[in-house]
Design a protein around this ligand. Sequence first.
Ligand code: NAP
Length: 316
Amino acid sequence: MNRRPLGNTGIDIAPLVFGGNVFGWTIDEKTSFAVLDAFVDHGFNAIDTADVYSRWAEGNEGGESETIIGRWLKARPGVRDKVALFTKVGSDLGGKGQKGLGKDWIAQAVEGSLQRLQVEQIDLYFSHWPDPATSYKETLTAYKALLAQGKVKSIGASNLNAAQLEEALKVARQEQLPAYQVLQPEYNLYDRSSFDGPLRELCLKEDIGVVTYYSLASGFLSGKYRSRDDLKSSKRGTGVGKYLTPRGMAVLEALDDVAADQGAKPAEVALAWLMAREGVTAPIASATSVEQVKSFAKAAQLTLSHEQIARLTDAG
Ligand SMILES: NC(=O)c1ccc[n+]([C@@H]2O[C@H](COP(=O)([O-])OP(=O)(O)OC[C@H]3O[C@@H](n4cnc5c(N)ncnc54)[C@H](OP(=O)(O)O)[C@@H]3O)[C@@H](O)[C@H]2O)c1
């Protein structure tokens, strides 16, 4: 499978990153292993998770996703060298001081992630959300230490707007600190406002790698939710309801048309649209079955025509 440079990280990734929030939430350990095996067998090589995944699921406390990935790596000798691991710090883990991007918490949180993942180095460490209570200088100083210690190979930020990323890059330059190399914004055919515009321009100008999340709009862009009734069967139902709008239906219609033209599924077309989008290095998407992973591989093989891309872009 072809590889794309992830900004200036030195990491080359296949055109789709696995989204690890499903591990310990919508799929158990056994299915997680099967899905991860299939992902690597298809030639993909990057996995995204966070220390907080999947804290929201009943009975969980956070860390379950990293733990499953760690057990999988342990059970598959040699596979660690084939995959790049992305994880995140900053979300609220529930304990005293266990949140945000302060230096003490970052130094502590990284140890937890390394331990759960059972690795010596995290390939890409993200600030999960902006932390208005902590200066960029403090956060980047903490990352400088982790980079020097080899605990992380590169750094990124998620959920920053253009002004925030610009400020973080400026502080890095002024203070001679490491700069964010990758951005992880929400972005898909339906939701484009968090990336299109000045943020994309900034990422292109600064050679920032971009991996998008909610790339399938939590499954909506597969076309399997077309009415309120369709939501009832899914654990994700409440999150998907917001897409059941006239614009959502127009997006599905365009996906159906292009999917029919291509002999592909709507989810595959939605991912191929992202893979072709200027400024996007790779979409992050999760899967709950080997069959869905097969669709990721199909998406990576699709070439959309200019007309098909325009039909999709204009529908949203
Ligand atoms: N940085 C952040 O703040 C942030 C926030 C959220 C997520 N993320 C990252 O982004 C990743 C992706 O987010 P997400 O999993 O919530 O959303 P997503 O990738 O938009 O949706 C994936 C879900 O859609 C369904 N699906 C996938 N392929 C399908 C297919 N071919 N046909 C039908 N259904 C299909 C599956 O769920 P079902 O089978 O259960 O329907 C799958 O779990 C996360 O795992 C995480 O790594 C980051």
